[in-house]
Design a protein around this ligand. Sequence first.
Ligand code: ADP
Ligand code: RBF
Ligand code: MG
Length: 403
Amino acid sequence: MAGSLKKVIAGVILDLDGTLLNTDGIVIDVLKVIMVKYGKQWDERKAHIIVGKTPLEAAAALVEDYGLPCGADEFLAKITPMFSDQLRNIKAYPGANRLIKHLSLHKVPMALASNSGRASIESKISYHQGWKESFSAIVAGDEVTAPKPSPEIFLEAAKRLNLETSDCLVIEDSLPGVTGGKAAGMGVVAVPSLPKQSHLYMAADEVINSLLDLRPEMWGLPPFEDWIQGTLPIEPWHIGGAVIKGFGRGSKILGIPTANLSTQGYSALLSEHPSGVYLGWAGLSTRGVYKVVMSIGWNPYFNNSEKTIVSAMLTYRMSLNTIFNVLILKLQEPWLLHEFDGDFYGEELRLVIVGYIRPETNFPSLESLVGKIHGDGRIAEKALDLPLYSKFRDDPHLKGSAS
Ligand code: ADP
Ligand code: RBF
Ligand code: MG
């Protein structure tokens, strides 16, 4: 754990793809466009056929499933330049801008250490304001003799920062990156970009679910000061749709009914947000606006495909950075903090998500899970009265007038 290192960190070395930048979103955009070119339509429900596959395997699966009149190689060759054109649309992970600003403000030296080529790195970060200037050093895969998992890229970054290797903290999503950082003798925080893989990250000093969960003070760095009443304000985001039947896991019996929405059309949006517990406002078209606490988690359906996800991470993540990132479908479970007389299946539910509470965790018993969720409910109930959150009660999205 972080504390056992007893090391005060002087500089931070960040990985780019999968750590600061989320490439999942552009995958769906590109596939939508290419399918139209072939006279087909991208089917969100079939997104899982490319989950956990290498670029070529995914291409082969799509060619077969959509009956495309070309080979997998040809299809891959067609979409590769389309990804290059999309670099400007790659979004920063939630918490990336916050972390970079925070460290800059406190004059903590920062370096980028990426296996990508220099030109690709420069191009990708050029779309994110203030990033280039924040890094005192950028070390690219084509500037070292051996890429991650070799420690070379990290050693070079420390050298350029003028820091002892043991004074550096590495933040990484990939296994090769974690291995390289440890081999360089550095502290390593892993932020796996794929679900439920923390057991693979044993070498890391700490594994967190997302950048939102980083506690810099654990590393002797200045703490974030933006948490308020157990919640972290985030850039609000919207989701909505008809309430559908969930998994019948009997949440209602536990006193925490969750109104499931179809993820149809939302997988890209959900993939942008870390799994975890969030607070916000919920609008039910015929009833009103209510406080809501919601978990975003991994669709249980995909728990079975962990093996393919791991193999993709080991082979693909290591060698290829942006093209055909794995696509993961998430499920959202909003619990409206209000007593209703009955069910409201089929009704239009609109959500505005305004803050973050905690990562999803495992619990030793059902009682402890239910207890924690009720605690989340109390936190949300109270915090949503803060002006910075309560103002979103009037968001037009909740009334369904704006889409
Ligand atoms: P399911 O597996 O269908 O999601 P749940 O046991 O989670 O079943 O119950 C969810 C349903 O309960 C919602 O779809 C909704 O119709 C109803 N419901 C009643 N009160 C609430 C509430 N306060 N928050 C969310 N859903 C509620
Ligand atoms: N499930 C988990 O396994 N871990 C969690 O930390 C967790 N947190 C939740 C928080 C909230 C506010 C809600 C509404 C659900 C959460 N769940 C969590 C999901 C819960 O297990 C799910 O709603 C089940 O369907 C309950 O039976
Ligand atoms: Mg439910």
